[in-house]
Design a binder for this molecule. Sequence first.
Ligand code: ZN
Length: 451
Amino acid sequence: MADQPDMDISSDCRGLSTSLTDDQVNTLKALGVSVATINSNTTHDERQRVFEDMLCGHPSTRLLYVTPELCQTDNFRRRLLIVHKQGQLIRVAIDEAHCISEWGHDFRPAYKELGWFRRNLVDPTVPITALTATATPRVRSDMINILGLDLENLRLFNTPSDRPNIHYEVRYLADFAGDNNSAEESQLQNLLRWLNGIKTRREARLGGGVALLPPISGIVYVGTRAMAEHLASRLSHSSDEMVTAVAYHAGVEATKRAHIQSTWKSCRPFQLVDGEKTPAFSIIVATNAFGMGIDNPDVRFVVHWTPPRSFESFVQESGRAGRDGRAAASLVYYGIQERNFIETMIHRDTESHRAKGPENREAKLESFGKVIRYCESISRCRHELIKEFFGDSELEEMGSQLPAREGMSVTSSSPCDFACDFCKEGPAGLAKRREKMASETQMALLYADFD
Ligand SMILES: [Zn+2]
């Protein structure tokens, strides 16, 4: 398939959700769980087998994955009611439940119809679990209202949105007045210098033993498929064998994607640079298609080559670093040109998807507004900004039954211990770095609202 301009980057993961469901189903099967799925990849025969099993009164399938679109059909609903009458439906779980809200960054109309469960699965009432990694208070209220959840019996659990072990940093890009080649070269050299610094410190710490260690894993998120290919190639060829990088997006063939994932998870480099030497870094250069269902605990850094289009995506994507609880880093490259470009794209995309409603358009612009404020602020700790933008304290007020774990607070007090560029460099240091992004006059106009 020819590469698309793919500027509607929010859509690059849509084609992948089915194969990700298949991945989860296969993993569960390997663990001995009796699981099945009905989706667009399911053959007619398999579909019939699953439906027959469902209705037999004592189904062997204990966990069934379906799409919200299937749940809208009369046919499926009729079958579900029979399973319920037979006493075989014990729980409904809705993953990515933020898609229910037009205020969410990823609204999907079929989710809105899931309120059917609460209205129809009664006598006895079937428990409903709604899960999301990215719900602001407004989205959470929508989830509760649209699903018709009973506040009396509702249990809420939430963890803080920021991650104490992640060092958050914004890198400001100089204005190259439309000279894209020089801009890219400068940014590439900046990233390579940063990586080289990590490599040098690691070698100083570990000495000769470093050669025996697997490469350090990282993700670089880019805006388009073409950029993923281009940057992966440049990183591999410009780094003097320090980096192996590979592109990952929805246009990469499924078997190749699976191979990339398994190589990356096993901490092996994608290719050995000179036949023997292990490179210091193994990097996936990806669109937002990379992430869902991927669980690699030892990712040490996540770089956003361009600012993410929504604050929710930023938190989710940067949160893929340091899942093992060890120190990790989030870098966002930020420049005025890219900021203006993304704003234009959001306007264009929301105009062409009017069916999703004005709230969704406003939500998208509001969410990108938070990205802008996060990046342009030089007066606040970035951990605090993340929690504020996600409404962590409001979520706590709505109630949470999550027990506090040792070393992990569920309150909104700042966990930042020099773990962001503001707390490390201070406002003056940040201001100095931000200055190179634009001329003084532009700056006065641009930042008037934010400081
Ligand atoms: Zn801080």
